[in-house]
Write a protein that binds this ligand. Sequence first.
Ligand SMILES: *Cc1c(COP(=O)(O)O)cnc(C)c1O
Length: 406
Amino acid sequence: MQKKHNKPRPYGRHLPDRYGYFGEFGGKFVPETLMHALEELEVELNRALRDKKFLSQFDYYLQEYAGRPTPLYFAGRLTEKLGGARIYLKREDLAHTGAHKINNTLGQALLAKKMKKARLIAETGAGQHGVATATVAAMFGFTCDIYMGTEDIKRQALNVYRMKLLGARVIPVDSGSRTLKDATNEAIRDWVTNVRNTHYVLGSVVGPHPYPFMVREFQSVIGKEAKSQILKSEKRLPDFLIACVGGGSNSIGLFHPFFKDKKVKFVGVEAAGRGLHSNKHAATLIEGEIGVLHGSKSYLLQNKNGQVNIAHSISAGLDYPGVGPEHSYYKKIKRARYLAVTDRDALRGFRLLSEYEGIIPALEPAHAIYYVSKLAPKLKKNKIIILCLSGRGDKDIDIVREHIKL
Ligand SMILES: *Cc1c(COP(=O)(O)O)cnc(C)c1O
């Protein structure tokens, strides 16, 4: 029987529709040569997400290898200091390799194994996604090439060395702004050429369909755990979920399982860099316009001629001119609110958590911590905030040392 093609249907857990759209955002804007690879991936993914064996394997590695579930920690001293809402931290910093990225790379590596690919490639900015990909490549026995801008290679020497220790090759990208955007271009180019034996492990909820959907499904473990943990400790849902937004994967991972819980407010925190009027920021949802980047339609930072602007943030992980299409949709339907925090205030958030909780955060979630420090005092003491602590701060110590003299 012929099926009509003009009525896209949701996958089940609402969006994206089967063409990969979240409202008007998303889709598959790629060269013909990649269409087949994306379709193959989509078929395999949809099969895997319904396959009990795949899901229990994924669970197994999340638990036994990545150390899940991560704790939902009540930040008592921070709560007391701020004097308002009760603050909980979802401790993704305690996952193996030090950030939430491992959730996604484990899922994609298992899928690549199912597809009988021998090689993984990835792009990386701060190096966290590169490290997480190199890690699963070592554990499952894939060869692994990581694309990284030469500017980022300079800024993140520690992670470059970690990737090499894990047996990956780090391929320097010297074009454009020499950062994440350019590394992504090169990784896509590699995939076009080597698609038969290679799986491209994208690191966030960006790129062409089915990537934003796939990465969300793999990262949703964050929100699913947080939901059952808060129901256990507080016997109710939280009032606010707050997370930093680079490409948007740790935030979507936390938000998505609460999508239908209308009373739970979502706040995404972007990087305002040196200030929103400085042109040196990464506040894509706040200051960007709708366009196409890396295969999908979403908000992005671009100039009047449609050229993609260079993003800036003190945290390499937020330093990206695009954002996942599902966030653009949440913004449009007002399901989430987005705001931005500067480099300077992120450093304040960084110190606050270090000094009041004994947890040195990554610079990315430090943006969200600063916002929480402004929000919590305005709320009643019976309100509950869950903040996604997406990663730990070891990788950022050299950068922080340049700014904070002790
Ligand atoms: C990569 C990274 C981010 C930004 O990526 P999202 O896809 O927006 O989550 C945030 N925090 C940490 C610690 C990261 O490594």
